[in-house]
Design a protein. Structure first.
Length: 174
């Protein structure tokens, strides 16, 4: 009696998936080898410049001073942007932009690539529209401190006598 092999649907599916994955991986290697050969014959990728240009402008366009710490970087020439040149990857720059009639803007510019910083100017009357605005607290007149003079018609009473307590005496010495 001859036995027929038992075929399982799961086994044939697993074999089919394995063959498909093998073909994809071999095709990917061939493509990678072709890309590597092409890259070796082509010119190398152009090197990044050693400096970056950071352009600073205001919205609405206004003449404004741009400072980095105490150093004045320049004045924004309206309607163009102020362009600052810095070494690439030299770290972030914390800038303060001040324009007449507007609140100062504190912002950060990064030096890993050329960038544009557009600072929105806000007049003092619209400061409540800025994210993080806190309403000013009106001071309470007395704040719990007694007045310097008693109110009229109220006379202060006599001071109470001090409480009797132990009298300091000589300390025993040994």
């Amino acid at each position: 009696m001859r036995r027929e092999p038992v075929r399982c649907a799961n086994t044939s599916l697993a074999v089919l998936v394995g063959v498909a994955m093998l073909m994809v991986s071999l095709g990917g290697r061939a493509a990678n080898k072709a890309d590597a050969a092409k890259a070796a014959t082509d010119e190398p990728a152009p090197a990044k410049p050693e400096t970056v240009h950071i352009s600073v402008l205001t919205v609405p366009p206004r003449k404004a001073q741009v400072r980095w710490g105490k150093k004045l970087l320049g004045t924004i020439p309206v309607p163009r942007a102020l362009v600052v040149e810095r070494p690439r990857d030299s770290g972030p720059m914390d800038l303060v932009i001040r324009a007449g009639g507007f609140l100062p803007v504190h912002t950060r510019a990064y030096t890993f690539s050329d960038s544009l910083v557009a600072a929105k100017l806000t007049p003092p009357a619209e400061k409540s529209t800025i994210f993080g605005y806190k309403q000013e607290i009106t001071p309470v007149p007395d704040a719990g401190v007694p007045p310097a003079e008693p109110p009229p018609g109220l006379t202060p009473g006599p001071m109470p006598a001090p409480m009797p307590g132990p009298t300091p005496g000589p300390t025993p010495s040994q």
